[in-house]
Design a protein around this ligand. Structure first.
Ligand code: GDP
Ligand code: MG
Length: 678
């Protein structure tokens, strides 16, 4: 059974370099590519290679000493949070990579919190021990204070910066050196040199303490002055890792091929197998209630599509994680919510960029399916039409949009078809055609997200376009909870024509800061027939999407339909129903005022201590609120702040100039707030 792991890291910490080294050691590639040379196997798209950043997540299967590992590559930039979440959702374990110079960056903290949410078990790897300014102890101390977890060092560096030459393995109490000539495939074991014995003993004591805390066997052996075996120590520490209390720490330099070999041993020793984790929560589509495991039909295969990708040769591919049962090629599967039936034509495992056809995927597996057309990321699929849904992902909230214009009808057609494909690959990006102006509007999670998409259209698809200035995405909601009754008749009504009567509550969900943005939801009384409910819902959702008063999508609103009655002829009933529901909703909404809402962003700024004052001024000048300033290292401070998105255009340029290019920041959607009178 493979283990499913991912690598999470701040951009530039060395995720791609480390992954390449892992692929090489697992014999998946025969030479180590270089990020700086743009030749890595992992970065799929030219876009990534140009920027040297990893944006999309690809999953691939590798094996280390006989143990299969599904490696899911997660994006590092916070503008792609949704992609990070999607990949975290299917991981059982992960390796957090930290730079020995930069320590724990704000973005890593964000992703770490997300990993907590999905209960991903973790190891840490302190990379770049060869860089000037590398400091292992400081990075470990940083991890200890920022994350609520006890670190235990499994490998410690021998030397640092230019003198970094190998590691001490605290499990075997040996020096390990890695052959440069074969990129670390050959490991040379040596006795620990005299000058490092005290250091090694210090870390050994810590490791024994942790292992004995979780293993009585180890505790007893130590009490009897006996030496526990490596397997016994691993078993003890592993318990701590599985309960998310202990974080094993490794170190190395992926660029110099030092330490990754040992990290791989750690991955297979400490990270969980799928069957060791609690079973996934399954919800009934109709009742929306959790189905206890013993009430589920055990023959039903359940899987989650977590990433779609359009491959130039193979067409539409969907990465899928199987949570229960078996998916076989050339069989039918059902999408639980939309009740879509599709055929799996082929199944694959992916290693680096190669596809290996297989006949089935089993519980715990990750693979690729080809065939289904109507798949969106985050959907649940079952082998039977039972309506089981895996606990889903939150809906992403686009906060920024931009218009696109092209020169010819041909280009427009091409653009729309490419945008359709990009939306399948990344549902946190969306697009629409403006009915009035005919312009195409694209929306995403941040300035960089939009920038990457536009660059892709231009570079990969050769579409020449003009892009409008990025615009903030506003929303609206009713001022107060309202109740209303509406009777909607067919237009040009004749005797005996249809008439629909609704009784509605439109409840507001109050806005608070942080995670309280809710899409509009529609609930119907249980007495209303299901197919009628669906028409009503689709009518209201459509209307709500274009807003009532300001023309922005309505959020934080719950529509509850208490009673519904229809009179008159029954032909073309469905069409009439959704139209009537939308009109009734519109009228009731019109009976109260609406509030216009704008996105507020969370800012994490890291700046040299001497420019903190100026950075704070830059934020204040834009109307931002400083939450706190903390010391990050001897030279750097971190500022936590929030500000309106509309005040943040061009912020990165402003910050760069006030901090003389040394300040960095990350920005993430926080919440919506009412817009002050303009
Ligand atoms: P990612 O953004 O996390 O994928 O990081 P990359 O793997 O792209 O690495 C970012 C930069 O750091 C590149 O210039 C790498 O060559 C460099 N780098 C990665 N690992 C090491 C290392 O162990 N030592 C040093 N000195 N540089 C490294
Ligand atoms: Mg990368």
């Amino acid at each position: 059974m493979p283990i499913n792991i991912g690598i999470i890291a701040h951009i530039d910490a060395g995720k791609t370099t480390t992954s390449e080294q892992i692929l090489f050691l697992c014999n998946k590639i025969y030479k180590v590519g270089s990020v700086d040379g743009g030749t890595t196997a992992l970065d799929w798209m030219e876009e990534e290679q140009n920027r040297g950043i990893t944006i999309t997540s690809a999953a691939m299967t590798i094996a280390w000493k006989g143990q299969e590992i599904n490696l899911i590559d997660t994006p590092g930039h916070v503008d792609f949070t949704m992609e990070v979440e999607r990949s975290l959702r299917v991981l059982d374990g992960s390796v957090g990579i930290f730079c020995a110079v930069g320590g724990v960056e704000p973005q890593s903290e964000t992703v770490w919190q997300q990993a907590n949410r999905y209960q991903v078990r973790r190891l840490a790897y302190v990379n770049k021990m060869d860089r000037i300014g590398a400091d292992f102890e400081r990075t470990v101390a940083d991890i200890r204070t920022k994350f609520d977890i006890t670190p235990v060092c499994i490998s410690v560096p021998i030397g640092k910066e230019k003198e970094f030459e190998g590691i001490i393995d605290i499990l075997s109490m040996k020096e390990l050196h890695f052959e440069r000539a074969d990129y670390g495939k050959t490991v040379i074991h040596k006795e620990i040199r005299a000058t490092l014995r005290d250091t090694a003993r210090y870390y050994r004591t810590q490791l024994l303490d942790v292992a004995s805390e979780y293993s009585d066997t180890v505790a007893e052996l130590i009490m009897d002055d006996k030496v526990p075996s490596q397997a016994q120590l691993i078993a003890g520490i592993r318990k701590g890792v599985l309960s998310d209390r202990i974080l094993p720490i490794y170190c190395g330099s992926s660029l110099q091929s030092i330490g990754v070999h040992t990290l791989l041993d750690g991955i297979t020793a400490f990270l969980p197998y799928p069957q060791e984790l609690p079973p996934a929560t399954v919800i009934d589509r109709t009742t929306q209630e959790v189905i206890p495991q013993d009430k589920r039909d055990s023959k039903v295969g359940i899987g989650l599509a977590f990433k779609s990708h359009i491959d130039t040769q193979m067409g539409l591919l969907h990465f899928i994680r199987i949570y229960h049962g078996t998916f076989k090629s050339n069989t039918i599967i059902y999408e639980s919510n939309l009740k879509i039936k599709e055929r799996i034509l082929k199944l694959y495992r992916v290693s680096a960029n190669k596809f290996e056809e297989i006949s089935e995927l089993n519980a715990g597996d990750i693979g690729v399916m080809v065939g289904p057309k109507h798949v969106k990321t985050g959907q649940t699929f079952c082998t039977h039409n039972v309506g089981y849904v895996l606990e889903g992902l939150d809906n992403p909230i686009p906060v920024i949009s931009s218009t696109l214009e092209v020169n010819s009808l041909d280009q427009r057609k091409k653009l729309l078809s490419v945008l359709g494909g990009l939306h399948i690959e990344d549902p946190s990006f969306s697009y629409k055609e403006d009915e009035d102006t005919g312009q195409i509007i694209i929306s995403g999670m941040g300035e960089l997200h939009i920038e990457v998409i536009v660059h892709k259209l231009y570079q990969d698809y050769n579409i020449s376009l003009r892009q409008g200035k990025p615009q903030v995405h506003y929303k609206e909601m009713p001022k107060e909870t309202i109740r209303g009754q509406e009777c909607i008749a067919e237009p040009h009504r004749k005797a005996g024509d249809k008439q629909a009567e609704f009784m509605f509550d439109i409840e507001i969900i109050p806005l608070h800061s942080q995670n309280t943005t809710h899409p509009l939801s529609v609930e119907c009384d249980a007495l209303i027939p299901l197919e009628v409910q669906e028409e009503i819902k689709s009518g209201i959702l459509q209307d709500a999407n274009t807003g009532i008063r300001f023309g922005y999508p309505i959020i934080n609103t719950r529509v509850v339909i208490h009673t519904f009655e229809i009179r008159g002829k029954s032909e073309k009933k469905n069409l009439f129903l959704s139209m009537a529901a939308s009109q009734a909703f519109h009228r009731i909404m019109r009976s109260t005022d609406s509030i216009k809402l704008e996105p507020i962003m969370k800012l994490n700024i890291v700046t040299p201590i001497e420019t903190v004052g100026d950075a704070v001024k830059t934020i204040n000048a834009r109307g931002g609120i400083i939450h706190n300033t903390t010391n990050k290292s001897n030279t750097m401070d971190q500022i936590n702040a929030e500000a309106q998105l509309k005040a943040l255009f061009g912020f990165s340029t402003a910050l760069r100039s006030t901090t003389k290019g040394r300040g960095t920041f990350s920005m993430e959607f926080s919440h919506f707030a009412p817009v002050d009178i303009e």
